[in-house]
Structures are given as C-alpha cells and as structure tokens.
Design a protein around this ligand. Structure first.
Ligand SMILES: [Zn+2]
Length: 172
C-alpha cells in the first residue's frame, strides 16, 4: 500500500467525518418529537436563530445547504469548512460570535480520518475498507443519536440495508 493511497483514505475519512458532524448536529433536531421541540423552544440556551428553524421544522441535512453556527447563524465560508484545519485555525470557536464549537466536532473528524486510513492500510482492495468505514460512520451516528427515539427507528432501517451491504462485501 502506497502512502498516497493511505493519504487518500485519510482525506476521505476527514470529509466523511465532517458530514457526520452535520448529521449529529441536525438529525436530532430534524427528528425531535413535540416534547423535545417545545423544550428547545423555551430553553434560554437555544439561540433565536435556531428557534426559528425548530418552530418552522425546516431544518434538515440539506436545508440550509451551507453549514452554519448554531449560536449566531453565521454561514460558514469555504475555508471554515475544512476538516481539522478550520477548527484549529479558529481555535475551536465561531469566527463571528466566538461561541465554542465543541471538542466533539474535531474528535469526530480526527477519528474518522484515522479509522479510514487504518482500514485502507490493513484491508485489501477498496470494497472491504469502504464497507468497514461506512459501517464505522453509521455506528458513530447511531451511538450519538441513540436517545432520539424517532431518529433511532429510521437509523435501524438504514442499518438493515447496511447489513446487507456488509454481507455482500464479505462474500465478494
Ligand atoms: Zn457564531
């Protein structure tokens, strides 16, 4: 295995980790039940910007298309969206309102980069490492969103499809 191939797996992991972070931020709000929504709407910790999204129930993985700060609504520019680098460059804070981004964001990205690189390194070909990597990302999301009941049901459905994919990869 060449170094550039391992590097490619690491970059793929970092990009996926970045997407996983979007899932972890948005999915629990998108799938929040009535009780959780009303709790968030009355909580002083929820920003006015976010309350608008929760009230309209318009937040999803694709809306808004660009990542934004959950505290002030600042839309992230391209250079604020680079995995690991942006977090370190901004010192783990929003460039506009200085709200803390949280260590979970960078650890998700770093561990994804590491896991994808290790899978690419140890496993042959690309099907097995890719399957193991996607499974890792899925379990990461499932683990972090376990408490959200509605979302858990949807994730179990996605998990069943992933399981079939895994069997396909093993028999390949
Ligand atoms: Zn902000």
């Amino acid at each position: 295995m060449q170094y550039y191939e391992i590097g490619t797996w690491a970059v793929l992991g970092l990009i996926t980790g970045s997407f996983v972070n979007v899932c972890l931020e948005r999915l629990p709000l998108q799938f929040a039940d009535k009780e959780k929504r009303s709790h968030l709407l009355t909580s002083p910790e929820t920003s006015t910007f976010l309350k608008q999204y929760i009230r309209d129930q318009t937040l999803s993985l694709y809306n808004p298309a660009r990542s934004f700060c959950f505290s002030c609504g600042h839309q992230l520019r391209w250079f604020e969206n680079i995995p690991l680098f942006s977090y370190l460059m901004c010192g783990g804070h929003c460039r506009k309102c200085n709200a803390a981004i949280g260590i979970k964001t960078i650890s998700t990205e770093a561990l994804h980069g590491l896991w994808y690189a290790v899978m690419g390194w140890f496993l042959h070909g690309w099907i097995l490492p890719l399957t193991f990597s996607i499974t890792f990302s899925f379990l990461w999301i499932l683990g972090h969103c376990w408490n959200c009941q509605q979302l858990r049901k949807t994730l179990f459905f996605a998990g069943a499809i992933l399981l079939i994919l895994n069997f396909g990869a093993y028999s390949y």
